[in-house]
Design a protein around this ligand. Structure first.
Ligand SMILES: [Fe+2]
Length: 176
C-alpha cells in the first residue's frame, strides 16, 4: 500500500509547536475515551488481578487528564479534545472482540492485547511530547509528561505480567 498524502494547506502543523499542541489535544481526547472504555472493560473482565490493574489505571487516567489540563494552562492554550482515528479503531476492536466472547480468560487475553496497543500509543506520544517540550523550552511541563509516561509504562508492564503469568496459558486451553 502506498502512502497517501492529501493536498491540504494545514497551517496548524507548520511548526513543531503546532505539532506539540495538536498531539496534546489528541492525547487529551484519548485519555477521556480511555476513561469510559476502562469503566466498561472492568465490568467485562473476569480475572481478579486484571480487574484490579484496570481499576488502578482508571484512577491514574483521571490524573493524566488533570496533568494535561495543567499543561494546556502552562503553555497558554485552551484544553481541547481532538479525536485520533487510530485509537478510535482500537476501541472498536475491543468492542467487537467482547461481542464474540464470553466473560472469561480468553476475553481477558483479548482485552489485554488491545489495551497494550493503546498503552504503546500513549507511551510513544508522551515520550515524543516530553522530547518536544524540551526542544520548545517548555521545561515546566517536562516533569508532568514524564510522570504520565512512567505510569503508562507501569500499566503496560503490569498487563504483560498478568497475561504471561496465567491468563495466556489458561486461555490456551479454552475456546472463545
Ligand atoms: Fe493515560
Amino acid at each position: 500500500m502506498q502512502l497517501h498524502i492529501p493536498k491540504e494547506d494545514n497551517t496548524e502543523t507548520r511548526e513543531l509547536r503546532g505539532l506539540f499542541e495538536k498531539q496534546l489535544k489528541e492525547l487529551y481526547w484519548a485519555e477521556d475515551v480511555m476513561t469510559g472504555m476502562l469503566e466498561d472493560i472492568i465490568l467485562q473482565s473476569f480475572s481478579k488481578d486484571l480487574v484490579s490493574v484496570l481499576q488502578n489505571h482508571l484512577k491514574e487516567t483521571a490524573g493524566h487528564i488533570t496533568r494535561l489540563e495543567t499543561i494546556f494552562s502552562a503553555i497558554g492554550i485552551d484544553a481541547e479534545r481532538q479525536p485520533y482515528e487510530a485509537v478510535q479503531c482500537l476501541i472498536k476492536e475491543v468492542g467487537n472482540f467482547i461481542a464474540v466472547t464470553r466473560q472469561g480468560v480468553v476475553r481477558d487475553a483479548g482485552i489485554i492485547a488491545v489495551l497494550q496497543k493503546i498503552k504503546h500509543y500513549e507511551i510513544a506520544c508522551y515520550g515524543t511530547m516530553r522530547a518536544y517540550a524540551i526542544a520548545l523550552r517548555e521545561e515546566n511541563v517536562v516533569l508532568l509528561l514524564e510522570q504520565t509516561l512512567q505510569e503508562e509504562k507501569g500499566a503496560d508492564l503490569l498487563l504483560s505480567s498478568i497475561a504471561e503469568s496465567h491468563i495466556n496459558t489458561e486461555a490456551a486451553d479454552k475456546e472463545i
